[in-house]
Write a protein that binds this ligand. Structure first.
Ligand SMILES: [Zn+2]
Ligand SMILES: [Zn+2]
Length: 260
């Protein structure tokens, strides 16, 4: 059902030339419903009065005028909880996302420097201590397995994952069908904590000129797309921005140039 010829079709009465919001039949109906509720002394009178006010702009009970066309009036933004705009038009979320990319610039520049310093990237050799079931001894035994780094999940490294947890894809030297994901070696993450994945040891470096992130990665590009704090339904996380974001933003202000 198009209005390609410039004629709108009403979603209430399906006549052409007006839409549902300005439909005279829908307004008539709201008027009748309100009238009937008033005559019957209905407990829902206020509801019908407000429904009519939405169409005519004047509440018949209170005489109060309202802005009929402003749909966002009285609604709260699902991100910043302020009134008068929606998440889509929220300037706070845009500011936060820009700042988040700046924070990512700090985190990622640090990370790339340490990766190159230690020769950590695709081709690096890692070992990881673990345990393995030994059939003959019928018990778990400590083993150290060797892995080659096959991929760095660059996009996962940012303000919410400063240690690069679960960002290293590897292949087992002994069993190529075993290709787990792990965290960064401690030598590379420095003091950043790695809470979510096992930490391997770096035993064989890769040439630092082979450690190259995607373009604009160190500029923080698209960091906000991997941050759950901006996902639909998430309210602005003021605590995170104050506590963890601000220090990164301060460092950005001190040392980095704006790239946007
Ligand atoms: Zn209509
Ligand atoms: Zn907002």
């Amino acid at each position: 059902m198009g209005n390609y010829n410039g004629t709108v079709t009403c979603g209430h009465c399906y006549q052409q030339g007006h839409n549902k919001r300005s439909c005279p039949r829908a307004t008539e109906r709201a008027q009748r419903a309100y009238q009937q509720a008033k005559e019957a002394g209905s407990a829902d009178l206020e509801y019908y009065a407000r429904a009519l006010a939405k169409r005519t702009g004047v509440n018949p009970e209170t005489g109060e005028k309202r802005k009929r066309r402003d749909e966002s009036y009285g609604r709260k933004c699902s991100y910043c909880r302020e009134q008068g705009h929606s998440r889509r038009t929220c300037s706070s979320i845009k500011d936060d996302q820009r700042n988040y990319r700046r924070m990512a610039q700090v985190v990622r520049t640090d990370m790339l420097a340490r990766m190159r310093e230690h020769g950590f990237g695709v081709g690096s050799l890692l070992t990881l201590a673990g345990s393995e079931w030994n059939e003959e001894a019928s018990e778990y035994q400590d083993v150290t397995s060797a892995y080659l780094v096959t991929k760095i999940k660059w996009e996962g490294i940012g303000p919410h994952n400063q240690g690069g947890d679960s960002c290293v894809k590897v292949i087992s030297v002994k069993d190529p069908s075993n290709q787990p994901t792990m965290g960064m070696p401690e030598a590379v993450t420095g003091s950043a904590d790695t809470r979510y994945s096992r930490t391997p040891e770096l035993v064989g470096a890769t040439p630092s000129e082979k450690i190259n992130p995607p373009s604009a990665w160190t500029a923080g590009a698209r960091a906000e797309e991997n941050a759950s704090i901006f996902e639909k339904g998430q309210t602005r996380d003021g605590y995170w921005f104050r506590t963890y974001g601000s220090p990164l933003l301060d460092r950005w202000g001190d040392h980095f140039e704006s790239t946007e």
